[in-house]
Write a protein that binds this ligand. Structure first.
Ligand code: LHQ
Length: 267
């Protein structure tokens, strides 16, 4: 992995812990290029594979979270054939969003500053989104003649409703972190100086939870967007069957009956 474009830190306090993945192109507000995509994919692979990593924290270096696609290598002079953006989406952005959603561990995003274009929507693909009070979310696509990607047209109407989703995407206006929290688009806003400490606390807490069950519940919530109640009830039955076979369920019940705190191993 290129340590310059993505920084990977495994945080373990004795036992299991979490991984911090930091997008690290601060001069470009951590805009995505091919190298950043590759390094991020590798970091997510590693976080998924390491058993001791039981939560993931995604954030950005410097004053921005991510300004979406790096536009500096996207200029094409008159007369040149337009590049196939569908190919870029298919190869890089769609796999990233699918991977974050399918990761069987909780993914927290700490939006430390501006999140624009695909950067905003990659944040929304994460399970819990925290933001610095100074952060802004910008559906910048229409400003350059594009349509929202990276799941924006899926996440936004579901999180904030169609009226607000349309306004944000048609106008490309910045949304403050506080408004995003008030609308239920993100989980919490924190003062800039407190954001990372709060995000780390949250990840440490998640890392002590029954990880397998958390992975299963992500599946259930994601499926509910496309299923009717009957199908969802069937899925809940199947996932509960799987959760009921974990060591953590055994421990959770034992701890309750013994009036003590459970020690979950994540399996
Ligand atoms: C940047 C960028 C950037 C390069 C800031 N690229 N340098 C998918 C598939 C294929 C193709 C196309 O797109 C997509 C999906 C997308 O993500 S489309 C949307 C792409 N992103 C944008 O349109 C956002 C462009 N950036 C901005 O509008 C502003 O930079 C925001 C509002 C994010 C931040 O504004 P400021 O806080 O005023 O910062 P700034 O504009 O001064 O930027 C700081 C530096 O970062 C600056 O470089 P410089 O050398 O002048 O200091 C910018 O050029 C650079 N930068 N975003 N996407």
């Amino acid at each position: 992995m290129d340590a310059q474009t993505v920084i990977y830190d495994a945080i373990h306090d004795g036992g299991d812990g979490y991984a911090v993945i930091t997008l690290n192109r601060p001069d470009k507000l951590n805009a995505f290029n091919e190298e950043l995509h590759a390094a991020l994919a590798e970091a997510l692979d590693r976080a998924e594979q390491e058993d001791a990593v039981r939560a993931i924290l995604l954030t950005g270096a410097g004053r921005g979270f991510c300004a979406g696609q790096d536009l500096s290598d996207r200029r094409f002079p008159t007369g040149c054939t337009a590049p196939d953006l569908g190919d870029t989406i298919e190869r890089l952005y769609n796999p990233l969003v699918r991977r974050i959603r399918a990761l069987p561990k909780p993914v927290v995003c700490a939006v430390n500053g501006v999140a624009a274009g695909a950067g905003a929507n990659v944040a929304l693909a994460c399970d819990l989104v925290l933001a610095a009070r100074s952060a802004r979310f910008i559906q910048a696509f229409c400003r350059i003649g594009l349509v929202p990607d990276s799941g924006g047209t899926f996440f936004l109407p579901r999180l904030i409703g169609e009226a607000r989703a349309k306004a944000l995407t048609l106008l490309g206006v910045p949304l403050s972190a506080e408004q995003a929290e008030a609308w239920g688009m993100i989980w919490q806003v924190h003062d800039d100086g407190d954001l990372m400490a709060e995000a780390r606390k949250l990840c440490a807490d998640l890392a002590a939870q029954p990880t397998t069950a958390l992975g299963l519940l992500k599946k259930a919530l994601h499926a509910s967007a496309a299923q009717d109640l009957d199908a969802q009830l069937d899925l809940e039955r199947d996932l509960q069957r799987a959760a009921g076979r974990t060591q953590d369920y055994r421990e959770g019940v034992a701890a309750f009956l013994e009036k003590r705190s459970p020690t979950f191993e994540g399996r």
